[in-house]
Ligand binder design. Structure first.
Ligand SMILES: Cc1cc2nc3c(=O)[nH]c(=O)nc-3n(C[C@H](O)[C@H](O)[C@H](O)COP(=O)(O)OP(=O)(O)OC[C@H]3O[C@@H](n4cnc5c(N)ncnc54)[C@H](O)[C@@H]3O)c2cc1C
Length: 360
């Protein structure tokens, strides 16, 4: 059978893949995107917070849920600090779907329930498996937007990204509000606990380093139980989710031959907060533009420029996050993470986090 031939093959239809496929297709490239899930965006594996500048990507019906204006960071001693924190809670499934729809409207061919199985660099062919079996897709560029456990990276022999694991419940929020709660404590080694209000519900979760601790259920149940006893949350768990978050910073190279990495697959997630939706959309869009610059306008340096641009935009923030993460890791190992001073230096809401230069 003659393989499908495209200019750009996008792997994954999360925010990075949707944005990449839309950007490339809008510029007239022939684009195919594959997504291993049966439906884009489902199941949701997210606390559903986006920073305010990303709100322009959250206008579609059903996407915006509520404004967030503040953050309450609770230290190990119980001291709480309130800071401004501007953003939006979204319906993440609808958010991802809206991006994928933009790509489809621009002419991209979307294949759900279809996973990447092999990449043959020699003849730029991917073998993918859909519901009806395996088929080949010839590409000129691959945009690997396939998340924290990138198959494309593995097939290219690139190292796996360091990750934090998460566990999250959706529960009823008995007193809706516009501030997120963050708990910093040695109870959550390698991470923190969060509550993001979403109307009459809340996403309550914990993130932890799998190297430090494997049981996330006990601390999450304890936090949920306490907040239920305090009358803040309902006892019933309405939904459960979780997933991996890359926390090791950027890959050494974001373009390997004609394969370009975007979003979590590129390591663009914040090493401390785990936030990655904004970076996924920005990098995906930019990767789609870079594909056009190479294939449509003949700029031979387009993929290197993409790599450089991502570093210019994100490296400083990621480097500070990584440096703070290493300090926290040391403290967790040496059992010093239970002090307010250590946690203040390791969390974005405190001025200590931004003090001092960060080693290159
Ligand atoms: C519990 C949790 C809460 C989070 N909360 C927030 C938050 O509130 N705000 C925030 O900014 N970030 C949050 N994040 C991080 C955020 O979800 C990610 O940074 C974001 O989803 C990255 O987008 P992406 O498109 O790069 O990857 P993903 O969203 O992971 O998308 C990758 C896609 O590729 C598909 N895929 C994987 N392998 C293959 C394959 N072989 N073939 C085909 N398809 C494949 C996957 O099914 C998936 O749909 C959270 C993460 C977790 C786990």
């Amino acid at each position: 059978m003659t393989p499908l031939a495209v200019d750009v093959l996008v792997i994954g239809l999360g925010p990075a893949g949707g944005a990449a496929a839309a950007a490339a297709a809008k510029r007239g490239l022939r684009v195919a995107a594959i997504e291993k899930r049966k439906a884009v965006g489902v199941p949701v594996q997210c606390a559903e917070f986006i920073p305010l500048p990303l709100a322009r990507h959250a206008q579609a019906q059903g996407v915006p849920a509520q404004r967030i204006t503040g953050m309450r960071s609770v230290l190990p001693s119980g001291a709480a600090s309130a800071t401004p924190f501007q953003g939006l809670m979204v319906d993440r499934a609808a958010f991802d779907l809206a991006l994928a729809r933009q790509a489809a409207e621009a002419g991209a061919m979307l294949h759900v329930d279809t996973r990447l199985e092999a990449l043959r660099a020699g003849d730029s062919t991917a073998v993918v498996r859909g519901a009806d079996g395996a088929f080949a897709i010839r590409y000129r560029i691959v945009i690997a937007a396939d998340g924290p456990h990138s198959t494309a990276a593995r097939l290219l022999g690139l190292p796996a990204l360091g990750i934090v694991n998460t566990r999250q419940y959706t529960v009823r929020l008995l007193h809706p509000g516009a501030a997120t709660d963050i708990w910093l404590s040695d109870r959550y080694p390698g991470g923190y606990a969060w509550l993001f209000p979403k109307g009459e519900h809340a996403n309550l979760g914990v993130g932890m380093d799998p190297g430090c601790a494997s049981d996330m259920k006990t601390p999450l149940d304890a936090l949920h139980g306490r907040l239920a006893r305090e009358g803040r949350l309902g006892r019933e768990i309405l939904a459960r989710t979780g997933g991996a978050i890359p926390v090791g910073g950027l890959r050494e190279r974001l373009a390997v031959r004609n394969v370009v990495f975007a979003g979590d697959a590129a390591g663009l997630t914040h090493p401390i907060t785990g936030a990655g939706i904004a970076a996924a959309v920005i990098s995906g869009e930019r990767a789609g533009e870079a594909a056009y610059a190479l294939l449509g306008t003949g700029n031979p340096k387009a993929l290197d420029e993409y790599d450089e641009d991502m570093r210019d935009q994100f490296e400083e923030t990621l480097a500070r996050g990584l440096a703070r993460r290493r300090e926290l890791e040391r403290a967790w190992r040496e059992r010093g993470a239970g002090t307010d001073a250590v946690q203040r230096r390791g969390w974005i809401a405190f001025e200590e986090y931004y003090r001092g230069t960060v080693p290159a």
